[in-house]
Structure formats: C-alpha cells, structure tokens
Design a protein around this ligand. Sequence first.
Ligand SMILES: Cc1cc2nc3c(=O)[nH]c(=O)nc-3n(C[C@H](O)[C@H](O)[C@H](O)COP(=O)(O)OP(=O)(O)OC[C@H]3O[C@@H](n4cnc5c(N)ncnc54)[C@H](O)[C@@H]3O)c2cc1C
Length: 484
Amino acid sequence: MLRTGNDYRQGLRDGREIWMDGERVKDVTTHKAFKPVVDVRARMYDMAHEARHADTMSYLDGNVRNSILLKRPVEQKDWWDKWHAVDAVMKDIGGVVTRVGDETVGEMWSLYDGRDVLNEIDPRFADNINNHIQAVLEKDIFHVSANTDPKGDRSKRPQDQDPDMMVHVVKETDKGIIIRGAKYETASAYADQAFLKPTVGAWTDEKLSDYAVGCIVKMGAPGVKHICRSGFVGRGTPEDYPLAHKFDEVDTLMVLDNVLIPWEDVFFHRYTKAAQYIRSSLHRYSAFPYVLRLLYVADMMIGAALWNCKQIGLDKMQAVRDKLADLVCYREGINAHLSASIALAEKSPGGLLMPNQSLLYAGRIHACANLPQVMHIARELCGGQICVTPNAAAFTSEGTKKWLEKFYSLNDNWQAEDRRKLLAFARDLLNSDYAGHRLTFVQFAQAPHFNHLNALYNSFDFSGPLDFVKRAANLSDRIDGKAK
Ligand SMILES: Cc1cc2nc3c(=O)[nH]c(=O)nc-3n(C[C@H](O)[C@H](O)[C@H](O)COP(=O)(O)OP(=O)(O)OC[C@H]3O[C@@H](n4cnc5c(N)ncnc54)[C@H](O)[C@@H]3O)c2cc1C
C-alpha cells in the first residue's frame, strides 16, 4: 500500500512527546524546526502517487502498489530501481536527505537473513521478523534506526554504573517486555517506528544478558521521549542558508522510560549470540543507500565549484581543472563502487540479493573517509568569498545595495543576485554550522570509522592475496599447514 503525505502527517499526530530547546513540541508537522523535513518526507510519499513518478517510486505487488524503496531486493534490477527512485527524490527536492526510511529498512532485511540463526537460539520470535518486513511494505512505514546508547563510562560494566546507560529489559509481562535506557537517533521525532538493537555487546562470555534485546519501538508509545538537539531552521534566513532551511534532519536523544514492547514486536531477547549476529550483519544492505547519498553531495560540490569557476573566469586554468578532476575522482569512485556492488551482487543466506559486500564496504570508506578532504578542495575552488559575503538583506538595503551590485556583478550573464545565491549555497554546503553538522553525520550516523573498517575486514576474502604471495614467493605448504 502507498500512503500519501497527509496520511504520514496524520500518523505523526499521535500525542508523541517531543522536546526541543526546553519546550514541548505541540505538533511536529507544523513546528518551525521540523516542518521542512516532514514536508520533504511527505513529498516522497506524494511522489509515488503522481503519474510521472509512479513507476519510478512504486511497483505492482499483485493488485497493490508498494514502495520500491521498501521492496526486499532479490535481483539486480531491484537495486537499480532503488537507485532510480532515490535519484528522482533528490532531483525533485533539490538537495540531499539520508534518513528518510529507505536507508534504514535494510537493517530489517539483515535480520530476515538471520532468522534461522535466531530461531535456533530462541524460536519464540520466528514469525515476528517476517511479519514486520511485510508490515513495513503493506503500511508504507517510515522506519528509523536505534543503535547507539549513551553508554557512559566504557571502562565499567553496564551493571556497575547507572544501568540505563545501555538499553535493557527490566521486566517481562504477559503483554511483552519493559525496556529502559536511551538511544541517539536521527529523525525519530518524525518517524513511525525504529528497529532497536544493542550497541556492540559489552558482554564477554555471558550467554544471557538483559542488554541483548532487539525489537520495534513505536515512536509515539507511552514512555518514549524525544529530546532533540536545536534545529538549524531559523538561525539565519532561507536566502542565506538555503540547505539548512530545507534539509535539517533533526537528531534526538530518544529516552525509553519503562516502555512496553508487545511480544509481537520483539525479535530477540536475552541471548547475546543473537545480538552479536545482528551487529555483524547490520549494514549489509543499508550501506548502499547511505553511500548513494554521497554521490549527490559530490554532485553539489562539483556543481557549486564549477559554476563559481565559470563565473569568475577561472575554469580554463589547468590547475583549477586538476582540482575539479579530484572532485570528479571522488564522485566516480562512489559511482564505481556502487555500480560494481550491484553487478557483482551476492545471494544472502536468506535468499535476498546483497550488494557485493567487500565492494560496498570499501565504497563506504572511500565516500566517508575522503569527504573532509574533498570538501576542502571544493572550498578552495569556491574561494574565500563564501565566508565573507554579506547576507541577502545587505543586497537589498538602500545603504549597501549599490556597492554590492557593483562588486558582485561580474558580466552580462552573472549579475549580483545569482552570484550571491551561488555563494550562499556553497557556504551552506561547505562552511556553515549546518555543513559541519552534515560532515559529522556522514562520519558517524551509520557507524564510526573503526566500525566501517571492521566491516570491510570481515567481508574481504583474504585468501586471494595470501595464495598469490604464497605462489609468487614460492613459499612452502608448511605455512598454511597443507604440507603432508
Ligand atoms: C549526526 C549524527 C546522527 C546520528 N544518528 C544516529 C541514528 O540515527 N541512530 C543511531 O543509532 N545512532 C546515531 N548516531 C550515533 C552514532 O552511531 C555514534 O555517534 C557512533 O556509533 C559512535 O558512538 P559514540 O558517538 O557514542 O562514540 P563513543 O563510543 O563515545 O566513541 C568515541 C570515539 O572513540 C573511538 N572508539 C570508541 N570505541 C572504539 C573501538 N572499539 N575501537 C576503535 N575506536 C573506538 C572512536 O573514534 C569513536 O568515534 C548519530 C551520530 C551523529 C553524530
């Protein structure tokens, strides 16, 4: 089923408890800080109903149309279709949003792959995974990800400090489990539900732990409190900060104060082996849409830098072209990793089609770890004027207008207003408070760098290089115990 934007907005009016800057948010769909991003998400829902986007955003499942972004991938076409749908969204909204559902739903497919493993450990929850994956499709649910606990003092065991530093089960009842703790979570305040699972296990040889819990949390459930960071909307004007005003994906400390999770929403409970399984496979699908967003960030950097160089007549200089080529190399590196990960996709243990894991995780490291450097190349190409240019009001004020028109009009094609707009866009992309936030988001929101490296280490097949060197250096069979 496909929801409309208004169905989505209506679903958010469930009495949920949201706080920002010390004040309770009455209606997240109209609040200044949230409205722009809620509107972007609503626009995604509406696009699927429009004739020109319907075939890109949805597919026919029997007699029902469902979202392509939420479809379980079983063949290469499914991944290209998802790419095309993301492409349509980014072009329609004119910017980049990441945590809008398609990037997080893949975590559930990872769990689906592991259902046999989980069943062996504790068969009580076997059907819950299938049911939830189906429900996400049938109800067109906006799904986010709850991984990261505040964690507290890492040198202590959870039980030796405030136990709520990590989410844990405090009680079992007839209706379900009661959980306490907190998670950091982008978009939770305006999403429908989250897939909650533990941060990398704090346990060592424990078989059972109250901290090993995986479940669905409804964002409006009693006891769920969303304490949000300040929004970027309204800190300056939309003319001066065009990206921050449209695409601020608000992050939240989501507090869980004795929240009841009904049994049908529990995926695993108490078994550390189950928790470890999901941690090891968590991003096998969701790394793809995460990295794909950075292709569009790269396009924004290339576009802003090249327009600026064209405006000021530097685009013919070889040194400038070299820097543009560096940006293109970053962009095409992402493109190549993603395309190849589809071309060489792998069957998953559950029968789905995973992007080639080694290529995908290498692409995530390329895209995330190099972003600070390529942002600086784009900044160099845009020049210092992105941080010294007066704001839009100065371009219309009687006292300053004529001077700014004089110094910001470059030729017949490039008048002051277009130059101001481009510099404001580049500032918000590369230099503003919002730009810094987005850079941090890329480095952490899915997982931190060490975790990206670990995923690649675990998915790369080292036997190739080992065999190659064994033969090339003519090493004996004794080194790998194959000598008779
Ligand atoms: C903008 C933003 C959005 C986010 N959105 C979400 C979200 O939607 N859902 C969610 O669950 N989480 C989200 N996060 C949280 C994110 O997943 C965490 O920031 C990340 O997992 C790191 O955890 P931490 O910040 O608690 O770092 P800490 O655990 O405090 O660690 C600090 C640093 O120490 C180092 N370190 C720690 N442990 C190790 C180790 N074992 N090996 C090597 N180095 C180590 C790393 O450099 C790490 O960055 C978001 C974070 C940001 C910044």
